[in-house]
Design a protein around this ligand. Structure first.
Ligand code: SAH
Length: 467
């Protein structure tokens, strides 16, 4: 097995300084890095080429001297002049301070890792100087795994330490509390509202662990996006990883549900062929009952939970039962459809806005209203229209829209098997098109003509008329 040539450590810099020798862009980058810490930062250079003026540090023009190394914890050398460079290294070594020489691994006493900074938590990724680009790529992956609040959480744990020690005996019980604190979605959610709210939530958790029972369930209404795993938000992914139970709709593809914690219970409440579909009130009751069992529940909804998701009914039930909840937005299917078809649903001088509406169940008054909006230059984005498209188009024509208005349809938006087709309101009204299987979004309005569409949809007789 190959061994590390380095030993990762964390160097204490409070009350000390970091010396940077050099005045170019590399030196500036190291200065920025050093300023993330509490160290005093001092830069010495014969000439300052880069613009250091915005940074809060000490600058000195000249050659590096022994006095510059006083109380120095680390030295970075970033300059081209070999003689000056060797002089700086020699001075540092004489003072017993480790040196990093930028881009010269052979001359380095230490390397600078790629750093994930969630003070007081930090993650350092090192490739022993061999592949800094790879180290940065690893850093990007770790960044996306860690909650932005992890540092605040660590600080909170630090503040509570005395209190925890007085309330919970050392050993497994105390460890369980800290594990719960780090994994607590409720505390994490409270962190978004600021330190005092987080402290309250953490104290509540502490009291529970100290023996006073209380309710800890949390139901998260999470937008799953249009169906591709990588159109989930990072927050949604994190919550899925922490879930005890995942309750999902039929429109959420299995791949997305699979992204949840391996041991999480998965409950499908979607309609599917040959199976009794769960009614909305049954779903509400299910969420309340899971929340009452003190579970972390992720209610996964396709697209965005607040758009045609019946979210308010679930929220009402949770509120009535006093169960904590949160809402995590997702990419709604109409926006995925706009991206798939490169359609600017708002467009200066063409479309002053966009309306998301449901075609299914729309009454005459609503259709009248949309026709008026469309005529005033608003793009219509219609959900749930697949089975009623011809009738919807006919009614929009009856309310005065022109047969020439372009209509775009996107089936399976945001997924690899997406289909996009362009037609006109007149053609659409003639009779239903035979579209691929899957959910569909319809865009109606002049901005649709600016999109990129795979197929022109026209009826045979209409084509003949054109020919
Ligand atoms: N909350 C969801 C909408 C649920 S209503 C969202 O924000 O997207 C169900 C309707 O959404 C479907 O009838 C269809 O019109 C639309 N829909 C959902 N997923 C879709 C997809 N991947 N492609 C196209 N339309 C989709």
């Amino acid at each position: 097995m190959s061994k590390l040539s380095i030993f990762p450590v964390s160097v204490k810099v409070t009350g000390k300084s970091i010396l940077i020798v050099g005045g170019g862009i590399e030196a500036l980058n190291k200065a920025r890095l050093a300023l993330k810490t509490e160290a005093r930062v001092r830069v010495v250079a014969a000439k300052f080429d880069a613009d250091f003026s915005a940074l809060d540090l000490e600058r000195r023009v000249g050659s590096v001297a022994a006095a510059d190394l006083e109380a120095a914890a680390l030295v970075f050398v970033a300059m081209d002049d070999d003689e000056e460079r060797d002089h700086a290294i020699a001075l540092a070594h004489r003072a017993g301070v480790p040196v990093n020489v930028v881009d010269q691994p052979d001359l380095c006493d230490f390397y600078t890792p790629a750093i994930v900074d969630r003070a007081p938590i930090s993650v350092a990724i090192s490739s022993e100087g061999a592949a800094p680009v790879l180290a940065r790529a690893v850093r990007a992956q770790i960044e996306s795994l860690l909650s932005p609040n992890i540092g605040a959480l660590a600080a909170l744990a630090g503040q509570l330490r005395r209190r925890v020690e007085s309330l919970i005996a050392a050993g497994p019980a105390r460890r369980r509390f800290y594990e719960a604190l780090v994994g607590s979605m409720r505390v994490e959610t409270a962190l978004e509202q600021g330190a005092p709210a987080a402290r309250r939530a953490a104290l509540r958790l502490l009291n529970e662990h100290a023996g006073q029972a209380a309710q800890t369930g949390l139901v998260s209404l999470v937008g799953a996006g249009p169906g591709a795993e990588d159109l989930l938000t990072i927050r949604a992914q994190r919550l899925l990883q922490q879930a005890d139970v995942i309750v999902f709709d039929q429109l959420v593809p299995e791949r997305v549900v699979e992204m949840g914690r391996r041991d999480a219970r998965r409950i499908s409440v979607g309609k599917s062929k040959g199976r009794h579909s769960v009614s909305q009130s049954e779903i509400n009751a299910l969420l309340v009952s899971l929340g009452n069992q003190n579970l972390n529940v992720v209610r996964l909804k396709s697209g965005d939970p607040m758009i045609f998701g019946r979210a308010h009914e679930e929220l009402d039930a949770l509120k009535a039962a006093g169960i904590a909840y949160q809402i995590v937005p997702g990419v709604t299917s109409a926006l995925a459809a706009a991206a798939d078809s490169a359609t600017p649903v708002t467009l200066r001088g063409v479309a002053s806005g966009v309306v998301f509406a449901t075609a299914h169940g729309a009454d005459d008054g609503e259709l009248h209203h949309w026709a008026a909006l469309a005529q005033a230059g608003v793009t219509l984005g219609l959900y749930m229209g697949k089975s009623v498209m011809a009738r919807t188009a006919a009614e929009l024509l009856a309310h005065g829209m022109a047969a020439s208005v372009p209509v775009g349809v996107v089936v399976n938006a945001g997924r690899s098997d997406r289909f996009t087709g362009l037609t006109s309101l007149g053609d659409m009204a003639a009779s239903d098109f035979d579209l691929p299987d899957g959910p569909a979004i319809f865009f109606i309005g002049e901005s649709v003509a600016k999109g990129e569409w795979q197929q022109l949809l026209a009826h045979a007789d209409a084509q003949q008329k054109v020919a």
